[in-house]
Design a protein around this ligand. Sequence first.
Ligand code: PMP
Length: 387
Amino acid sequence: MSEHRLLMIPGPIELEPSVLAAMGQRSTSHVDPDFVPVMGRAIAALRTVMLAPSAQPFVIAGSGTLAMEMACASLIERGDRALVIDTGYFSARMASILERLGAEVTRVSATPGEVPSIDAIDEAIRATKPTLVAITHVDTSTGVRIHVEPIARLAKEHGALVVLDAVCSAAGEVIRQDAWGIDVVLTGSQKALGAPPGLAVLTVSEAALARRRARKTPPASLYLDLLEWLPIMQAYEAGKPAYFATPAVSLVCALDQSLAGIVREGMETRFERHARVARAFRAAFAALGLAMLPARDAICASTLSAVRYPSGVDASLAQAMRDEGVVIAGGLHPDLKATYFRIGHMGSTDRAELLTTIGALERALTRGGHPCEPGVGVTAAMRALAS
Ligand code: PMP
C-alpha cells in the first residue's frame, strides 16, 4: 500500500504494532497445541471486557452483521414479537434481520440525532410484550449513544431478552453486561476491540442459551446456531481443540493480543480515556464553528463523532482530509448523509491522533471554504484534555 494515512473512521481502526505482529505470524492449524490457548485466552478475556463474568463468549469468523444474525437466528422463532429501539441505520438492519426470521417487529423510533424517550419505550414494551428487545448502543450512522441500563431494566421486568448491538461501543463505551442484565452483547473485531475486521464476537447470558435450548424448532441456519458453537468455545477455553467450522486463526491471534492490551489498560480507565478524547474532539469542533449531529452532548458517543458540514463545505472534505494525511468517513444515515461527516476515535486513539486529526481538519476546512484560524481547534482540544 502507498503512504500511510491515519485511519480515523468508525472502524476498521488503526491497529497496535503488537496486534499487527500477531496477525503476521506463520499460519498454524486451528487445533495446534500452540493455537488452542490463544483462542482460549481470547474467549476468557471477553468476560472481563464486557464486565460479564457469568456470560458465555463466542468468537466466530464473520463481521458484526453475522453477530447480529447469530443472536436473532438463535433466539427468535417465527411469530415471536420483537421490539427494536430505533436510533438509525443499524437499528433498521436489526429490524430487517428479525423480520426475515419471521418475527413480528415493532419499532420505537426517534428522529435522526435523537433517542426515543424511556416513556415511549416503556409504553411499547407494555403494549407489545416482546420476547426480545434489541438496542443499538451507538448508532454509527448518527454518532448517537443511548442509555442502555434503564431500557434493559424495563425489558427484564417484562421477561424479554435484551440484545445489545455493541458493534460501535464494546470496549469503548461503558457496558456492564451482568450488572445491567443484558442477555447478548454483540460486536465485531474491527472497532474498539482493536483487531482487524473479520470476527463476530458475542457474550451470551445463561438465560439466552436456555431460550435457545427451549425452542420448538432449531434455527434454520446451522452456522448461526449458538448451540453448535457452544461446545467448541467451551473446549478451547478448557485447553482442548475442537472443530465445527474453521476459526479465522490469524484474526484470533490478533484479537488475543488486542484483548490482552485492553485488559491491561483496565476497563474503567479505557472507558474514561474514550470519554475524555471524545470531549476534546467536541471542544475542537465547537471552536471551529461546527455543530454535532446528535441533539445533545449527553447522547454524543465516545467512540465516534458525527459532525455537520458548515455552510459552503460538502462531502469533498473527506478528500481534502485524505490529502492532509487523515482518513475520515462521510455521512451514512440515508435521510441526512450529504450533510455531515464522521470521525472515529476508538481503540488506542489518544492525544496524538486527536491533535493530528484536528490539525488536518483545520487545514481541510479552510481549503473547503470555511476559514479557520490555524491552531484554534488544536488549542481547544488541548485545553479540554487538560481540564
Ligand atoms: N452495528 C453497528 C452499530 C455498526 O456500526 C456496524 C458496522 N459499522 C454493524 C452493526 C455491522 O457490522 P459489520 O459491518 O462488521 O458487519
